[in-house]
Ligand binder design. Sequence first.
Ligand code: FAQ
Length: 335
Amino acid sequence: MYTQAMDVPDGSNPAASAPDSGSPQQRAHFDATIAADGRIEPQDWMPEAYRQTLLRQISQHANSEIVGMLPEGNWISRAPSLKRKAILIAKVQDEGGHGLYLYGAAETLGTSRADMIAALHSGRAKYSSIFNYPALSWADVGVIGWLVDGAAIMNQIPLCRCSYGPYARAMIRICKEESFHQRQGFDALLAMMRGTPAQQAMVQDAVNRWWWKCLAMFGPPDADSEHSAQSMRWGIKRIGNDELRQQFIDATVPQAEVLGVTLPDPELKWNAERSHYDHGAIDWEEFRSTLAGYGPCNRERLATRVAAHENGRWVREAALAHARKQQQRNTEDAS
Ligand code: FAQ
């Protein structure tokens, strides 16, 4: 179990219970820590808006990890070989683990995992737009690894330097695992691209369907990004949405060339003056509509998640009953 080495007892986080009531010394300590690029820890005083921003982002991130298990999870029983199946099972389990580390990090801000899960299931909390699209073929599983995990890593590496210690530490471990995820996706696609024309066509079709959605994962353009400027001042986000998107495009084009696939953007071309690839316009209307609940799989994803939670209720209850018995026995033995 990932822990945050907190020295505040069970959920009674002083930062959460005393919003913005910080003394001048506490405020000065917070400002100085941020200015010196230090880390804020759960027991430190923090402004309420900082705490809320972190809670929002970390819980959305945790939700994305566990909803992100679903498109690939659908393919475990249909993986084309034992080796690919074993790799996919490990990857999907990793995503569940990432959810746990992140819910753990968010809990240090004074909320509970049960509340965050309830917010996700009721539709009050967001998760990444990317998981509202279907994984139609085995090539989609490879593309999710190569492009979705590739975009996730690009976004998450700077979060390893987030000013909030528990989030930064969780991200270090997550990024190591995401790197394996990205490589396995690329490897699966490479095998298909060295295969038959039908397999190659399957990969190209998957790339065509996922490319633009992956670019939207980085969030709206900086000019429309509600939270970026303040999050950057607080050292929560280190790099803006547009710059990360550009870094992802620049890193991915040469990989697409190695694979032998065409990225579905006729305007994609190297700009020597900028030392970056120029690219076409992203359909932000489609992005907003997906966020509003009208993507192709929004309903299905939430329904599956809620059903999984309900079906697992007896396991949670049994585990709690076992823990209670264990505790009782320990108390009896001690007395
Ligand atoms: N989807 O002002 P900004 C993964 C929302 S993990 C949905 O720019 P911010 C691993 C945003 O929340 C993928 N909503 O917001 C994996 C805000 O709404 P709010 C997840 C989005 O927070 C791989 C509003 O728009 N990664 O893939 C999206 O400063 C394979 C305004 O936006 C993370 O969560 C979106 N794409 O920047 C698992 C990384 N973009 O809250 C399984 C951590 C924006 O006001 C398989 N998060 N919104 O209602 C972040 O870095 C940031 O939160 C951003 C958004 C960059 C996502």
